[in-house]
Ligand binder design. Structure first.
Ligand SMILES: C[S@@+](CC[C@H](N)C(=O)[O-])C[C@H]1O[C@@H](n2cnc3c(N)ncnc32)[C@H](O)[C@@H]1O
Length: 243
């Protein structure tokens, strides 16, 4: 995800600010989410985090990955975890429409500018990748970038993608996940509980290729390597799979 150390510093600073905005008295739901950081979880999750993700995932380094993962998309495309629409500028002209699934309202608002300056129509069709309100086999392709780490049940989301993508359709993925190096994986397991708290359920330890294959997709292109940034966050998997 690029510059992850910096992102964590920014997250911590934001949590301190959120803590000063929300005291336990005026925010009954306020709770400790880390030593010394008091924050209203709803405020942080709904208003702060989508903006942080928009910044952290919108770098020039990330642009290259996004151009790569969207290459070859065509027809009706369902995108889970659409976020603030950072993939929109990279949809190829072979895409007819993107059906976006995204729960965060602020992210959907941030996406509006990108959507309006794109020639490819985007329709928000749902809030949860684990329960996609589309008919069986109604899409030609699916896209997920940095979402299988966050969606609570990645297996369920993948089975939904298999259901809505037609047989022979493709799944394009770009995700971070469990690194093959034992010393990195140890740190990923140590940091995982903190990551989940700070980044809205995002896991560092998901085995992305195994999840995709176990769901029944047949991976036909895969590339894995470290992106720029601290290694626990930067083991990236990019590729395509056939339904
Ligand atoms: C790290 S962000 C990635 C956003 C975007 N895909 C990108 O590449 O910039 C993870 C996204 O998954 C979304 N998300 C979380 N739970 C979800 C769910 N159950 N279904 C679909 N999206 C979900 C979050 O709101 C967030 O926009």
């Amino acid at each position: 995800m690029g510059a992850e150390g910096h992102r964590l510093v920014v997250l911590n600073a934001t949590l301190r600010r959120a803590g000063s905005l929300c005291t336990p008295r005026d925010c009954p739901t306020a709770r400790l989410i880390g030593p010394g950081y008091l924050s209203d979880v709803g405020f942080y999750r709904e208003h702060v985090l989508p903006r942080l993700v928009d910044r952290a995932c919108g770098t020039a380094e990330m642009a290259r990955w996004r151009a790569d993962v969207t290459d070859g998309l065509h027809g009706r495309v369902v995108e889970i975890g659409f976020g603030s629409g950072l993939n929109v500028p990279y949809y190829p002209s072979t895409v007819d429409v993107v059906l976006a699934v995204e729960p965060a309202e602020v992210a959907r608002r941030l996406a509006a500018r990108r959507i309006s300056s794109s020639s490819i129509p985007v329709e928000h069709v749902g809030l949860d990748g684990q329960s996609i309100p589309l008919d069986d086999a109604s899409c030609d392709a699916a896209l997920s970038t940095f979402t299988l780490c966050t969606v609570p049940d990645a297996r369920l989301a993948l089975s939904e993608l298999r259901r809505v993508v037609r047989p022979g359709g493709t799944f394009h993925f770009l995700e971070h996940g469990l690194a093959p190096d034992p010393d990195v994986a140890v740190w990923q397991r140590r940091l995982d509980p903190w990551q989940r708290r700070l980044a809205d359920g995002c896991h560092l330890t998901r085995d992305i290729p195994a999840l995709i294959s176990d769901a029944g997709f047949v991976i036909d292109r895969i590339e894995q390597r470290y992106a720029k940034g601290p290694r626990p966050w930067s083991w990236f998997t990019i590729g395509t799979a056939v339904n």
